[in-house]
Design a binder for this molecule. Structure first.
Ligand code: API
Length: 302
C-alpha cells in the first residue's frame, strides 16, 4: 500500500460562529468525505492557532480558536457570468452533502466577492440558486420560499407537521433548503439539546433526517435560537437555514406577522431574517475571514 499526500491551499471563514474550511473546487480532492472528516475534527482538525496569520487583525475577536470546522465548502467560481456564479458544495464532518447552508452561503459570497470584486453573486446549491449581496462584512442571501409541504420537507407521512409531537418535542417541520424541526420553548438555555435532539433528528417522521432547532421568543419580538445539526451530529454556534426556519414557523403559528425583518440570535451572533408573505426569505448577517493555510490531501492510496 502506498499513500501519497499533497497539500492544498484552503481558507477558513465563519458566519456567526458557524465555521467552514473553504476549498477552491479547482484543487484536486479525490475523496471529499475523507477530507472533511479529517480536517473538520474538533480534536485533530485544522488549527488556526498554528497558522502564522499575516496581519493578525484579520482574525476577529470572536473567532473560535477551536480546531476543526462545521464543514468544508467546495467552491467553483464561474467568473465569466455577470453577476459571477459560485457552485457551492457543503461536505459535512460525517461526509454527507447538505443541499443548502445559510451561513455557508454568506461565507461563499464573501470568498467570491474577494476574488471577483463583485458585490453581487449567484450561489448555485443543490437546493437552488441563491442571490447574495455583499456590503462590507455583511452578506444578505435570498433563501428561497420556506415549505411545510410533506414532500418538500420531506416527511414520511402525507400531513404537514405543525406543532406535532415528535419524540416528546412539539415541532413544526419546514424546509428552508434543508429540513428543520422547530420547537418553540420558554427558554432555549433550559433545553438539554444533546439529550433531546438526536431522537428527533433520526425520527421515522423524517426519512432524510432533520436539523433540530429550538427557539424562544423575547418580549421585544426577537428570538433566541439553538440548532442541533444533521451531518455535524451536534450543536453548532449558528445555523442560517435554522434561523429562517424559526421565523417561517413563527409566522405559520401566528407568533409574528407581516413582512418586517426579525432578529434571530443563535449563540454565535445576530442574524436578520425576513419571511415575506410573497417571495423568497432573506438571511442577513456577518461573514468573516479567519486565516489561510495548507491541508493534506491523500491523492493516491492503494
Ligand atoms: N449550518 C447550515 C445548515 C447546514 C445543514 C445541514 N446540517 C444539513 O441539513 O444536513 C446553515 O447555516 O444553514
Amino acid at each position: 500500500m502506498s499513500v501519497l499526500e499533497e497539500q492544498i491551499p484552503v481558507a477558513k471563514y465563519h458566519g456567526t460562529g458557524n465555521d467552514f474550511i473553504v476549498v477552491d473546487a479547482d484543487e484536486s480532492v479525490p475523496d471529499r468525505p475523507a477530507f472533511a472528516k479529517t480536517h473538520c475534527s474538533r480534536e485533530s482538525g485544522v488549527d488556526g492557532a498554528s497558522v502564522d496569520v499575516d496581519g493578525a487583525d484579520t482574525v476577529d475577536a470572536d473567532d473560535s480558536g477551536r480546531r476543526g470546522a462545521d464543514g468544508v465548502l467546495f467552491l467553483a467560481l464561474e467568473g465569466r457570468y455577470s453577476p459571477p456564479r459560485v457552485v457551492m458544495t457543503l461536505v459535512q464532518p460525517d461526509g454527507s452533502v447538505a443541499a443548502m447552508c445559510g451561513n455557508g452561503a454568506r461565507c461563499a459570497a464573501a470568498w467570491a466577492a474577494e476574488r471577483t470584486g463583485s458585490d453581487e453573486l449567484m450561489i448555485d446549491t443543490p437546493a437552488g440558486t441563491r442571490r447574495a449581496t455583499v456590503d462590507g462584512g455583511r452578506v444578505t442571501i435570498e433563501m428561497g420560499v420556506p415549505s411545510f409541504h410533506p414532500r418538500d420537507v420531506p416527511l414520511a407521512g402525507d400531513e404537514e407537521l405543525i406543532e406535532a409531537d415528535v419524540e416528546g418535542l412539539t415541532v413544526t417541520a419546514v424546509n428552508t433548503g434543508v429540513p428543520h424541526a422547530v420547537a418553540f420553548v420558554d427558554d432555549v438555555d433550559d433545553v438539554d439539546l444533546d439529550a433531546v435532539a438526536p431522537a428527533v433528528r433520526h425520527a421515522d417522521a423524517f426519512p432524510q433526517g432533520a436539523n433540530v432547532t429550538v427557539a424562544s421568543q423575547s418580549d421585544d419580538g426577537t428570538f433566541r435560537q439553538r440548532t442541533f445539526e444533521r451531518g455535524v451530529e451536534g450543536e453548532t454556534r449558528s445555523c442560517g437555514t435554522g434561523a429562517v426556519a424559526v421565523v417561517a414557523a413563527a409566522k405559520r403559528l401566528g407568533r409574528v406577522g407581516g413582512d418586517d425583518s426579525v432578529v434571530v440570535s443563535p449563540p454565535g451572533g445576530d442574524l436578520e431574517i425576513t419571511v415575506p408573505d410573497v417571495g423568497p426569505a432573506t438571511l442577513a448577517g456577518p461573514a468573516a475571514y479567519e486565516f489561510e493555510t495548507e491541508l493534506d490531501v491523500t491523492v493516491r492510496s492503494r
